[in-house]
Design a protein around this ligand. Structure first.
Ligand code: 5GP
Ligand code: MN
Length: 343
């Protein structure tokens, strides 16, 4: 996104526009935070913005201001399609390939003839947006939304509500400011967001200290299912559909569990395999420390992608066969795994 793009975007937004803002399917804190920040910003500037999420998201994100106004494409299909038909501009936030919204919504978006704007920090963005703001070094799309408003010279428009949304996404995508992608710039932005009214302690509480008892029990099961492959510095967790059913699985309950694998001493590569009988897939999350790229690993072997140190993918094999496949692949990466991260 260069200076002339910014000039064009400013011109475009000099008159009131109908805008739809879209996160990826199964949106996380960064995706929803970015969408709602953009939603409040655009409405404040006199535009008519609507967030259309491909599907629902976890309860621990529903307290976010404006969440109640967001549409779910799968559940509010007619209303969502109408918003998209009316729109002249569609923002694609926190994803870089149209198939990340799921088949149904992808087909609708493919028919859109207006302007796509993409803001995202994942690698290898598809060439689908007229205006692309892509930076894989930035910790979160929410931080990029802040930079986008800087480019538009509109940081002053950020109020407590917008600051809360942006703060939430930066917090969740940086593992509460601890991942290497957290920079001094991130902290300066966070300081500014707190000055603008983001309540850091409350945001943390709303996202992380609202566990149900069942979710903690599920975490207990996941931890007892943890397997450590010491000689490859790898740890993985499995959760079968039966495990999920036993603990009344709700959307979002498994988020973050993969990180426990990475918290084991000496482990630099962690995975979680979660069975989804309804979709007939095993959903996988990968995390790593250091130079071992789980983005490449997920792309090559599990039909996925993401970032170098956090990625996801899927498998259409059974849970057992997926694990067998995984265990057959990882020895091939022995050298990389053993040299990825120096303590
Ligand atoms: P998570 O493991 O938390 O679901 O996702 C980690 C990162 O990988 C996120 O940035 C997410 O967008 C990305 N990701 C997760 N699953 C997939 C997938 O199936 N395909 C692609 N391309 N990216 C994914
Ligand atoms: Mn993100």
């Amino acid at each position: 996104m260069n200076r002339s793009d910014i000039k064009e975007i400013k011109e475009l937004f000099s008159t009131s526009q109908n805008v739809v803002i879209v996160p990826h399917k199964n949106p996380d804190g960064d995706a929803i935070g970015a969408c709602l920040a953009m939603y409040h910003y655009l409405n404040k500037k006199g535009h008519n913005a609507t967030v259309v999420s491909p599907n629902d998201y976890p309860n621990f994100l529903k307290w976010l201001p404006g969440s109640e106004d967001s549409l779910k494409f799968d559940m509010q299909n007619r209303q969502s399609k109408r918003a998209i038909e009316k729109a002249s501009i569609i923002f694609l936030l926190d994803f870089n390939a149209l198939n990340r919204v799921g088949d149904d919504m992808e087909n609708t978006l493919k028919e859109f003839t207006g302007i796509f704007m993409m803001i995202d920090h994942h690698q290898q963005p598809e060439d689908i947006a007229k205006y692309l703001f892509s930076d894989t070094s930035i910790c979160s799309t929410c931080q990029m939304v802040y930079h986008f408003l800087e480019k538009l010279k509109d940081v002053e428009v950020i109020d407590a509500v917008i600051a809360t949304c942006i703060y939430t996404g930066i917090m969740t995508d940086t593992g509460s400011f601890r991942f290497p992608s957290t920079t001094s710039t991130t902290h300066r932005i966070i300081a500014d967001l707190i000055d603008k009214g983001a309540d850091n302690a409350k945001i943390y509480n709303n996202v992380y200290d609202t566990n149900s008892y069942a979710r903690l029990q599920l975490l207990g099961r996941a931890l007892s299912n943890l397997i450590v492959v010491d000689k490859l510095k790898t740890a993985y967790i499995t959760l079968s559909q039966q495990d999920l059913d036993e603990f009344d699985f709700q959307k979002g309950d498994t988020e973050g569990i993969v990180n426990y694998g990475l918290s084991v001493e000496n482990i630099i590569f962690a995975a979680i395999f979660i069975e989804d009988i309804e979709q007939k897939i095993i959903k996988i999350s990968f995390r790593s420390k250091g130079s071992f790229s789980v983005n490449k690993f997920a792309r090559k072997h599990f039909n996925g992608g993401g970032h170098d140190n956090a990625a996801g993918g899927k498998s259409e094999l059974s849970l057992e066969d997926t694990i067998t496949k995984f265990l057959n692949i990882i020895p091939k990466f022995k050298n990389e795994l053993l040299t990825s991260y120096e303590e």
